[in-house]
Write a protein that binds this ligand. Sequence first.
Ligand code: ADP
Ligand code: TRP
Length: 328
Amino acid sequence: MKDQVVLTGIKPTGVLHLGNWAGAIRPAVELSHKSGLKAYFFIADYHALISSKSPDKLREYTYGAAATWIALGLDPSQVVFYRQSDIPEVFELNWILACFSPKGLMNRAHAYKMQMQNNPTIDVNMGLYAYPILMAADILIMNSNWVPVGSDQQQHVEITRDLAHRFNRQYHTEVFTLPEALMSLAGVVIPGLDGRKMSKSYDNTIPIFAPPEQLRKLIFHITTNSSGIHDRKDEETSTIFQLYQLFSTPEQMEVLKIQYQTGIAWGDAKEGLYSLLEAQLREPREHYETLMKDPQELERVLREGASQAREVASKTLERVRHTLGIRR
Ligand code: ADP
Ligand code: TRP
């Protein structure tokens, strides 16, 4: 049987944080080790352009994202790992799909709708408005079956499915594979320093590869309540507990549970979380730092991935052009 295709992308708009790791990177890397699957992971740098207008930052975050994925276990010899902007076929398909995308569907798309709700007078750019179409092109060009994403991106995958279906129906073809979203943590939201969702938009993140002193300092900034050492502590509302849970073994978790019932100083709980994370991050951090010092090597890896990705992309595009009646 043919391998099922799993594909996901990450937007390089900031330094990646623990929420990105546990919510997106880790489950995708785990999936990439499974047999019977062909994985395509990419850095969605043109998606980042809807908000990022600094060339230095865009470059830095793109290499940063590539180095982070590799340091956290992505093996570029097993996964096709590339940069969106290196695949010109994606942008041709983007236009084609735009011609099949009802404007009303875009009005309802989550990223655009949220911006309009937050600030109705904002001058939205067309990149944000058409964001789901480019995402659909990313997904459909590689014939993806599965798209691991966080809950915020689920609607975009549904829009992709909808566009693929419309196109197939109109041309009586099956040129596009209908993709499905794969929700790794079943909608679990990883909390940040202030207890809200960890997100760069809230400035409450713990960067994955913060140096040890900064990591410790940030963990000590996590908001806690005023309960004393001997008070029983509530697991559900404790950010420290929830973060610990994401990175610990069941045995380590049992110990912390008992401490929450019998009493633990918040300082000790924070120290425990720091030790747990530092032990897991020390080696990948070194790997990350080595990679970041060698952008040429990162370039080589991404270009090698792009040449593999383009082989698939150009075939899909050829079939689509043929279907449309557009031939070279
Ligand atoms: P941010 O909210 O910091 O801008 P992104 O929207 O770029 O993060 O998220 C990239 C990926 O990481 C998405 O798949 C998203 O679902 C996941 N992710 C980000 N923050 C969290 C979080 N706090 N909990 C779970 N998953 C998250
Ligand atoms: N929109 C996604 C995000 O903000 C990133 C992305 C771009 C993506 N293209 C994709 C994710 C295709 C999955 C599949 O997180």
